[in-house]
Every structure is written in structure tokens, then in C-alpha cells.
Design a protein around this ligand. Structure first.
Ligand code: 5RP
Length: 225
């Protein structure tokens, strides 16, 4: 029986195998945040000196990439990337995701938006029938904490401040449980439109293109239909 850590490693290795044929001096890889993304970063080290560079979705991932001698570029200097590789807190059969367990979802969404493909790497426990058991992370500008919280309650959620967390952008996170996520793309739009919300952790309007989900029987690959 493989442990969750071993499954995460398998998913990271599957993504490394996927990108290997793309590796070249002009190729830039987008890199996510989290424990699975960390394993991907550690494996990416083998391409050090053979890649054009990377773009990180957090200060944490940037530091890890740099510690392996991988070049970390400013997104403003990059026009395109073939792939962005990242984990997820939940993913469904449409490849819609909830992200932000690591408080990095705003930068994750920004970097992913510049990539041609989002490759989600996770262990199979992240695959759900319906999104929403994992509380939805919402990044909020601090002065809007209470007004946004009231709006989230009106949407049927129970927001809770993530204590002691400040995002890389200097904001707070409200984790919202109890939301009925029947139409993830629409809810993403509604929450993102609340005044004071920077981004919510729903990745449904643009979800993953490919999911590499590690199971006890090997990698299960899902593709956006
Ligand atoms: C960070 C994220 C992560 O991708 C998500 O929390 C999954 O993390 P892990 O790979 O540690 O399970 O969205 O903001």
C-alpha cells in the first residue's frame, strides 16, 4: 500500500515525464505551490541548465526553485509557457478545481493564465464527485474582511478567517465552508465579483487541461473533454 507521500511523488514524476520532451533552452515552465508541487520542483532540478527558466506561483516555490539552481523569471518578462504544473485541494470530473490550501491561488491563477496547458498533479484522494467539501479559500483585501464575509454568508457559506496567514500579496484568506457548488464556473464569477475579493480558489472557468492522479494501481490520466 503506497503512502500519500509516495502517491504525490508518483504524480510529480508523471508530470516530469510529460514535460521532458518539451525541455529546451527557450522553454519556460510554470510552477505551482504545495507539497506535491514541491516534489515536482525537486525533480525539475534534473533539467537545470537545459530550461529557459521557470515562473513561480509563490515566494515559497520561487525559493525552492532557486535553491536547485533553476532560473526563476518574472511573469512580466514571459509571454507564453507550454505548461503550468500544480496540485489541487479538490478536482472533479470536469477538471474544475478548488485550490488555495496553501494561500497561493491568486498567483497560481495568474501564472496558469499565461500557460497553454494546466497540468494538475495529485493523489487520487483529491478527486471528488462534487466540489465543496474542502472549504473554498477566498483572498480578500484586509479592509473588506467583514463586508465580504457578510456577502459570503448571503451566498450560503460560513466564512472563517485563516488565522495568522498573510498572502504573498499582503492579503487575508477567508475559508468558506457549506457552499453548494452546483455551477462552479458561475460561483467563481460571483465570488470574484464581490468588492474586496482578489480571487477565490475555484478554478472552473478555466480548469485543468490534464490531471495526473496517482492511485494504488498507477497514474490515472484525465483530460478535459
Ligand atoms: C496552494 C494550492 C495547492 O495546490 C493545494 O493546496 C494542494 O496542495 P498539496 O499538494 O500540498 O496537497 O492550491 O495554494
Amino acid at each position: 500500500m503506497l503512502t500519500q507521500q509516495e502517491l504525490k511523488q508518483q504524480a510529480a514524476d508523471a508530470a516530469l515525464a510529460l514535460i521532458e520532451p518539451l525541455v529546451g533552452p527557450d522553454v519556460i515552465i510554470g510552477v505551482g505551490t504545495g507539497s506535491t508541487a514541491d516534489l515536482f520542483i525537486d525533480g525539475l532540478a534534473r533539467f537545470q541548465g537545459r530550461l529557459g527558466g521557470t515562473v513561480a506561483s509563490s515566494e515559497r516555490s520561487a525559493a525552492r526553485l532557486a535553491s536547485h539552481g533553476l532560473k526563476v523569471l518574472d511573469l512580466n518578462d514571459v509571454t507564453t509557457m507550454p505548461v503550468y504544473v500544480d496540485g489541487a485541494d479538490e478536482i472533479d470530473g470536469h477538471l474544475h478545481m478548488i485550490k488555495g490550501g496553501g494561500a497561493a491561488h491568486t498567483r497560481e491563477k495568474i501564472v496558469a493564465s499565461v500557460a497553454e496547458q494546466f497540468v494538475c498533479i495529485a493523489d487520487e484522494s483529491k478527486l471528488v464527485e462534487r466540489l465543496g467539501r474542502f472549504p473554498l479559500p477566498v483572498e480578500v483585501i484586509p479592509m473588506a474582511r467583514e463586508s465580504v464575509a457578510r456577502s459570503l454568508v448571503a451566498l450560503g457559506g460560513q466564512p472563517k478567517l485563516r488565522e495568522g496567514v498573510t498572502t504573498d500579496n499582503g492579503n487575508i484568506i477567508l475559508d468558506v465552508s457549506g457552499l453548494q457548488i452546483d455551477d462552479a464556473p458561475n460561483l467563481e464569477l460571483i465570488v470574484n465579483n464581490l468588492a474586496g475579493v482578489v480571487t477565490c480558489g475555484l478554478f472552473a472557468r478555466v480548469g485543468a487541461h490534464i490531471a495526473l492522479l496517482a492511485t494504488q494501481n498507477g497514474i490515472r490520466r484525465l483530460e478535459r473533454s
